[in-house]
Design a protein around this ligand. Structure first.
Ligand code: FAD
Length: 302
């Protein structure tokens, strides 16, 4: 496959391309085997060409943002990983409070721009890593607020490269999920904020940073919360009550600071992480009858 792609990349593609690149270097958890091809489209035309080529050749395509919500399996990802973080970084203000933002921009950069302009609505994202695209797809959120409150709509390409705008009303948002058409690639988000004094926004952010302190002290690579909070309780509490804080399989460990985080102690494999996830689910179910559902996405080949 790499040979066929090489010609395409030389002739048509403007962005960077890497072959056989370890996904552990592109995910915050730091595990995962190689991506056969990783391409960094520079703009929409690049992405369209890439999709058309991959579709024609029947190569699988995986879309990568910041890689902060992912566990990639040890055999890596077959086909093309489309890395959105080098293109799609445009940002344009429509009205004083409305913005169209490329999906490759990080949430932290966007939050900074909002603060500078005295725009409120994204403060909850303080401390959430990753890109705008990943945050849309995951409906990222914290402390009772989430992306869906500020989204007006998204620009997407389908796997054939056809562009469309999906208004908020056509997206079903849930807890850490946004239901978009199968295979949709978010290229831009249309977001709406409210005006507030800069000091007030900064004060809210400082408050949230303090609340987040425990999870920011985990001190090792992770993918954030591993499991969704079940109805009426917290996944971390259930894991702690099952006596699993500090429990380790290979290089993967249940964080001693935040029980719903699995941390990579330096040499973890995806298999270590997945085995630990399975053990946590079993033990929590036996102890409290609670079934934990993963929040993180597990991708790639076994
Ligand atoms: C320390 C830490 C703390 C965290 N805290 C929080 C928190 O408080 N709240 C929270 O919600 N999350 C949290 N997370 C998880 C994670 O940061 C969010 O889910 C984030 O929004 C993922 O964005 P990403 O760009 O890294 O997405 P990725 O991990 O790259 O991808 C996630 C999913 O989105 C898809 N995707 C990414 N970009 C696109 C695109 N442009 N178009 C279509 N599909 C796309 C991918 O295919 C994948 O299925 C935390 C993670 C860490 C490491």
């Amino acid at each position: 496959m790499a040979e066929q792609f090489q010609l395409f990349f030389v002739q048509r593609f403007k962005g960077k391309v890497l072959f056989d690149v370890p996904m552990s270097q592109y995910t915050s958890m730091g595990v995962g085997g190689p991506a056969e091809v990783m391409a960094f489209p520079q703009d929409e035309a690049d992405l369209k060409d890439l999709l058309a080529f991959a579709t024609a050749k029947r190569f699988p395509v995986f879309i990568l943002g910041g890689g902060t919500n992912l566990v990639v399996r040890d055999k890596g990802i077959r086909g093309v990983v489309v890395n959105m973080t080098e293109g799609f970084r445009d940002l344009s203000w429509r009205e004083e409070t409305d913005i169209v933002v490329g999906s490759g921009i990080t949430l932290s950069r966007l939050l900074k721009r909002c603060v500078e302009r005295g725009l409120s609505g994204l403060e909850f994202a303080e401390g959430i890593p990753g890109t705008v695209g990943g945050a849309v797809v995951m409906n990222a959120g914290a402390y009772g607020q989430e992306m869906s409150t500020i989204i007006e709509g998204v620009e997407v390409l389908d796997r054939k490269g056809k562009k469309s705008f999906i208004p908020k009303g056509d997206i079903e948002f849930g807890y850490r999920r946004a239901t978009l058409p199968e295979g949709a690639i978010v290229t831009r988000a249309h977001l709406s904020f409210v005006k507030k004094p800069e000091d007030e926004i900064k004060e809210t952010i400082t408050g949230l940073r303090t609340r987040r302190k425990s999870s920011s002290k985990v001190g090792c690579p992770s993918a954030g919360s591993v499991f969704k909070n079940p109805e009426g309780t917290f996944a971390g509490k259930a894991i702690e009550e099952a006596g699993l804080k500090g429990h380790r399989i290979g290089g993967a460990m249940v964080s001693e600071v935040h029980a719903n985080y699995i941390v990579n102690k330096g040499n973890a494999t995806a298999m270590d992480v997945l085995s630990l996830m399975a053990l946590i689910r079993d033990k929590v179910y036996s102890k409290s009858g609670v079934t934990l559902e993963p929040e993180i996405k597990v991708v790639g080949d076994d």
